[in-house]
Design a protein around this ligand. Structure first.
Ligand code: 0O2
Length: 208
């Protein structure tokens, strides 16, 4: 078994940087293409990160895996992760569909947390993909995760993520902890309702 530290080799770091930029570039291309077709912008902002070794190790342990290099390659899909925040819920499908037509990318799995939100209330459209890059003169496929969210989904997830550090010390089975989890779930539902209403308003305006 090779040590997990191999993730941080110069070659791997460069490889992941290339994948990150390739995907962020795809978002820009798609935004240009869709705004030409529909006369409006689809993607408001994008971000991306390369997962650090500690997070990879924590995730492997959580999955019950030996924290080695091969295991990370096999089980961790989001070493490279990019996110696009879009305006409306149906924009996420449109962006995903446009991405799926890129021949240098293959969709391995779609996790539709809009249709099936996580029990925390988390909503988003995740795509596990493999991206083809040319690196050191050779073509290779590298796995990555794409997260597509609306503003509302992102707003909830960012606050939830921030609160999570504080929630970490809460006993979610204790009364207070359970109440907080329930409130966050309720607010995720409320934001989903707003997301749907905003889509309706957009359609109404477009008809006028
Ligand atoms: P970070 O900081 O975003 O990197 P799997 O490999 O499919 O078994 P995985 O990768 O945990 O499991 O899959 P999942 O749940 O589809 O995606 C995890 C990512 O989604 C998280 O990444 C978060 O970005 C986001 N996410 C999932 N659930 C929640 C949630 O309840 N609240 C918030 N705020 N975000 C969530 P990481 O690796 O946890 O962290």
């Amino acid at each position: 078994m090779q040590p997990l530290e191999k993730i941080n080799s110069k070659k791997n770091k460069a490889r992941y940087e290339i994948v990150l930029h390739t995907l962020l570039n795809k978002f820009e291309i798609i935004n240009t293409e869709l705004s030409m077709e529909e006369n409006r912008i689809f993607i408001h902002n994008t971000s991306g990160r390369i997962k650090n070794m500690d997070s990879i190790q924590t995730k492997l342990v959580k999955k019950g895996c030996e924290p080695g290099y091969e295991m990370a390659m096999e089980r961790i899909n989001d070493i490279v992760g990019v996110r696009a925040v879009c305006y409306y819920m149906d924009d996420l499908y449109r962006v995903a569909d446009t991405l799926s037509r890129h021949t240098d990318m293959e969709i391995l799995r779609i996790k539709n947390y809009m249709e099936h939100p996580k029990k925390s209330g988390y909503r988003s459209l995740h795509m596990i993909v493999k991206v083809m890059i040319t690196f050191s003169g050779k073509q290779e496929w590298v796995k990555a995760e794409i997260q597509l969210r609306t503003f509302a989904m992102d707003y909830w997830a960012v606050l939830d993520h921030q609160l999570r550090y504080k929630k970490g010390s809460l006993d979610i089975n204790a009364k207070d902890g359970m109440e907080i989890e329930k409130e966050l779930l309720d607010y995720a539902g409320a934001l989903e309702t707003i997301d749907k209403k905003m889509m309706k308003i957009r359609d109404k305006i477009e008809k006028i």
